[in-house]
Ligand binder design. Structure first.
Ligand SMILES: [Zn+2]
Length: 124
């Protein structure tokens, strides 16, 4: 499948970019190079902290972008009234770290209920 090949190529590109960020992080942590007292465990710890931050930043950027696609209001699932949406931060454990998702939440003053447009799927 052509789509799969494109996806694999894109993934490889992203991995190469992320690997080069590893060099930047190493340079940032030890501008003069790590001393001989820096153990492999120390290096792993630094790399894992950077990796968790990368997971957090990537997941938050993508879920934030999806959240924006819901716009500023959505129809109440009970009565259909258009209600303003606000975003509520929801801390989550994701693979490889933690992330705070900014989830769109609507409140219907008529039904006196909160609803999550993300749960009912994106409508055309
Ligand atoms: Zn309602």
């Amino acid at each position: 499948m052509a789509g799969m090949k494109t996806r694999e190529r894109k993934l490889k590109e992203i991995q190469e970019i992320a690997a080069s960020w590893g060099k930047i992080i190493a340079q940032e942590a030890f501008p003069n190079g790590p001393g001989m007292d820096v153990s492999l465990a120390d290096m792993e710890e630094l790399a894992m902290a950077a990796s968790r931050a990368l997971v957090k930043g990537t997941v938050e950027a993508m879920t934030g972008s999806q959240g924006e696609q819901f716009g500023v209001e959505a129809a109440c699932p009970s009565c259909g009234k258009m209600c303003p949406l606000k975003t509520v931060p929801r801390p989550m454990v994701v693979r490889g770290g933690n992330a705070t998702l900014n989830e769109p939440v609507g409140h219907c003053p008529k039904c006196r209920r909160d609803f999550f447009p993300a749960a009912s799927g994106v409508e055309d």
